[in-house]
Design a protein around this ligand. Sequence first.
Ligand SMILES: [Zn+2]
Length: 433
Amino acid sequence: MTALTEENDVGREMYALVEELYPICRSITGNGLRETLGIIGRRVPLEIREVPTGKAVLDWTVPREWNIQDAFIKNARGERVVDFRASNLHVVNYSIPVHERMSLEKLRPHLYSLPDRPNWIPYRTSYYEDAWGFCLTDEQLDSLPQGEYEVCIDSTLATGSLTYGEHVLPGETDDEILISTHVCHPSLCDDNLSGVAVSVSLARELARQKDRRYTMRFLYAPGTIGAITWLAENRERAKKIRHGLTLTCLGDSHPFTYKRTVGGDTAIDRAATHVLATSGVPSQIIDFFPYGYDERQYNSPGFRIAVGSLMRGRHGEFPEYHTSGDDLAFVSAARLAESFGILRDIVDVLQNDRTFENTSPFGEPQLGRRGLYRALGGTSIPGLQFAMLWVLNLSDGEHSLLDIARRAKLSFGAIRTAADLLVQHGLLVLRGP
Ligand SMILES: [Zn+2]
């Protein structure tokens, strides 16, 4: 059937994964993270690593493992007025345990709400200091009368491990393309479950393809500390990563955003900007800045791995970000499918960007005599004839297919199809890389 039907199926598959993962209380360590990796692992085979608490990783230390059973605030009548079972966002992630009775006045400094968005619960964390707290809607907060409350967070912070998972698809070379997604946020869909879903579907799609040039590595690790731990544990392997992307916020309805690598004009930057420019979807390209997601670890001066970031809405810049507004209604199968298409096309450029040489470079070769106009008739790719002329003109051994696509302002797919036809008809030979 048509590509559209296929994309819709992929969209539904991604949305179903988001739905399945949504209820789980994830964090940077613990059983919610393991359960999440277990569910991903039913779709793509994952190698799971457990790195023990206390292990030095680069300039950091693997933290204690956090797990939580339950949490609530009960009023004087014993009713749960704030209930972890209703939303895991109600507990400040990584809260130390507490079980006390206290006045509202004493409880108040531990309560967080969003006065500007009175129906949403904020998402807050306290990874690196011992603290506890509850997040609630501003309406809930306003409705709490003075009096005594029973406050309970049934959590544990103990020696354990940090968990991450990887899926590798071998290529012709052991040079790698890295697709990295954080997996530490609890019930939030766009950030980060959309990224997880798009990554998983890409891995499934690429597993069905043959003739991969680069090895593909899909990493699912908690934000910041997970990427730092992976880099610490894989310093030699990290040198093999030629191109990479972090994925997040890919299920919302905002235009696409591509955040450049620190280098700013590496192959991934050129591939991503070209795919977005020729895809017909609205997009913006932003420069690198040392804040955001794990691209900042990969791009740090000791590693300088060319990892950009693909998003739709920019993290921190839409109201639903890090609130309960980032729920199952905020993301859609259609937007996930669109994101999947863009990501697949970017990876396709990286995998297939090669440099050819025109074997008949003196004047234009006669295409009709070689049956090339007839060959064109059999395809429906717009601009293919133009693409062929561009490929012939610029295939001087210096320009890669992506260089040609950029110069011609044509899709990489059209340029690549034209090159394939010219190779079949003996007018083009591979020069490298
Ligand atoms: Zn986030």
